[in-house]
Design a protein around this ligand. Structure first.
Ligand code: UGA
Ligand code: MN
Length: 317
């Protein structure tokens, strides 16, 4: 009897060992990431301060002490006016590829058109980004060279934000105006996310210079380095500032104005309605780094485009 028990025990022993080893290997395997898509952390070194802290402690016998709750990540709202032209889809593709890498970003795309176009609708459906698709046409009389562009579209974006957030206490959010042809570094979003009221930073390739920037002394904006109309109260391009959602909601009448506004003055006229120069929050290392470029796309050469459709297929470009 004893020998039967012994022999059974020795037959089972290797199997028990194999099961124990397999279970151990399985618990050592790192857990899959919670957010499958990459994002740019708004907090240097990760939100918890240390790199990989949670993972390193996985197999320790005592669980780590509970961490204090994190403040919610402010949503970044990017308002982009856009209009139909041969390069439109290329511009929107570049922009989406940038925005997709930013956590908690909501893209408000406003078409300068009487209706939402199929091209933009299809594009947004596949863009993999939280978005809102609006449209408003620029009145014909304002579609002239020398007049400000995209006034109605930016105001439509502001109206949507006010309507959506009007009935509740503002959730933390930051808004900025992202023209469809500019180039945005991922670091810019990290900077603007901490905007309390209105923040400013340098813009590259603008105003007839390599860059324009707010001049900062003791952490305050005291003037502007610019090559164009230095007499502007806020000598900043549309790409050079962000506004907190709270400021947009508590100044419900602040909009971009056609009347009395010349090209290049829209930014200053808008900012005058919501803030003062003294209040501005300088970003990008006291405005010494260029994190956004006012790039402009060359007009495409379509000289050889046939007058009538010649190809055997119809392709969206
Ligand atoms: C400069 C500023 O950077 C813009 O913010 C400002 O709106 C513009 O001047 C102006 O003159 O009002 P710029 O490169 O000259 O920019 O202008 P665009 O890039 O041609 O247009 C700015 C935005 O408006 C773009 O997102 C563009 O897609 C959009 N847009 C332009 C329209 O929605 N409709 C138009 O007819 C033209
Ligand atoms: Mn532009």
């Amino acid at each position: 009897m004893k020998s039967v028990l012994f022999s059974r025990f020795f037959i089972l022993l290797p199997w028990i060992l194999i099961v124990i080893i397999m279970l151990d290997v399985d618990t050592r395997r790192p857990a899959p990431p919670l957010t499958p898509r990459p994002y740019f952390s708004p907090y240097p070194g990760g939100r918890r301060g240390g790199a990989g802290r949670g993972r390193e402690q996985r197999n320790e016998s005592r669980p780590p002490p509970p961490l204090p709750p994190e403040p919610p990540l402010p949503t970044i709202y990017a308002i982009t006016p856009t209009y139909s032209r041969p390069v439109q889809k290329a511009e929107l593709t570049r922009l989406a590829n940038t925005f997709r890498q930013v956590a908690q970003l909501h893209w408000i795309l406003v078409e300068d058109a009487a209706a939402r176009s199929e091209l933009v609708s299809r594009f947004l459906a596949r863009a993999g980004l939280p978005s809102t698709h609006l449209h408003v046409p620029t009145p014909r009389r304002y579609k002239r060279p020398g007049l400000p562009r995209a006034t109605e579209q930016r105001n439509a974006g502001l109206a949507w934000l006010r309507q959506r957030h009007g009935h509740q206490r503002a959730q933390p959010g930051v808004l900025f105006f992202a023209d469809d042809d500019n180039t945005y570094s991922l670091e810019l979003f990290q900077e603007m996310r901490t905007t309390r009221k209105v923040s400013v930073w340098p813009v590259g390739l603008v105003g007839g210079r390599r860059y324009e920037r707010p001049l900062v002394e003791n952490g305050k904006v005291v003037g502007w380095y610019t090559g164009w109309r230095a007499d502007r109260t806020f000598a900043v391009d549309m790409a050079g500032f962000a506004v907190s959602l709270q400021v947009i909601l508590s100044n419900p009448k602040a909009v971009f104005k056609r009347r009395g506004s010349q090209p290049g003055m829209q930014e200053s006229d808008f900012l005058k309605q919501i803030t003062t120069v003294e209040e501005l929050e300088p970003k990008a290392s006291n405005c010494t780094k260029v994190l956004v470029w006012h790039t402009r796309t060359e007009k495409v050469n379509l000289a050889n485009e046939p007058k009538y459709h010649l190809d055997t297929v119809t392709i969206e470009v």
